[in-house]
Write a protein that binds this ligand. Structure first.
Ligand SMILES: Nc1ncnc2c1ncn2[C@@H]1O[C@H](COP(=O)(O)OP(=O)(O)O)[C@@H](O)[C@H]1O
Ligand SMILES: [Mg+2]
Length: 179
């Protein structure tokens, strides 16, 4: 008997700031609720105000941030829920640990060229980073290690959010996680 229940799983959206993680997490959340699934969304920005308020943006702290998010996501999936994580999670090693810890893990690479993310600058953070006002900005002054073997890749510079969502749902269907 495995730790995982039949229908609990974790969808982890990883990508650069501004790539589209939060947008897709919200769309996916409402779609999966429509299937009657118990869904929670763990968004990096919100998590950092609560669960990981004490952490900064060093490699060590980012690893710890991901470790704590993965722990909560695991608990949710273990009782049959779906945890949708929208967090940069820039280090492959941390994502690998999350995958090992969680079991049914769907890694979605929310791919978007840095230039496009900078153009979007959804939260104005790139501008600040280029002005030297914030340090350790992913893509500018901190690394982002792209996933090598994610379950899904969405190209948000070429797709509408609805199209990216469709790709994710397709993979969940292939994995028999949704009807
Ligand atoms: N295919 C797509 N998927 C997600 N977002 C997209 C897509 N195409 C364009 N966008 C836009 O890109 C921006 C992404 O912002 P956001 O979701 O906050 O990024 P992140 O959470 O990764 O920092 C939004 O303004 C969104 O409308
Ligand atoms: Mg976001």
């Amino acid at each position: 008997m495995t730790e995982q229940t039949a229908n609990g799983f974790v969808v982890w959206l990883t990508g650069l700031p501004g790539a589209g993680k939060s947008t897709l997490a919200r769309l996916l959340e409402s779609e999966l609720r429509g299937f009657g699934l118990a869904v929670e969304r763990l968004d990096g920005d919100e998590v950092r105000q609560h669960l990981t308020k004490d952490l900064g943006f060093s490699k060590e702290d980012r690893m710890e941030n991901v470790r704590r998010i993965a722990y909560v996501a695991k608990l949710l999936s273990r009782i049959g829920g779906v945890a949708i994580v929208a967090a940069i999670a820039p280090y492959a090693e941390a994502r690998r640990s999350a995958r090992t810890e969680i079991g049914t893990f769907v890694e979605v690479f929310v791919r978007c060229p840095l230039e496009v993310c900078v153009q979007r600058d959804v939260k104005g953070l790139y501008a600040k980073a280029y002005r030297g006002e914030i340090a350790q900005m992913t893509g500018v002054s901190a690394p982002y290690e792209a996933p090598v073997n994610p379950e899904v890749i969405v190209d948000t510079d070429q797709e509408l959010p609805a199209q990216s969502l469709k790709k994710i749902l397709h993979q969940l269907r292939v994995m028999k996680l949704v009807p």
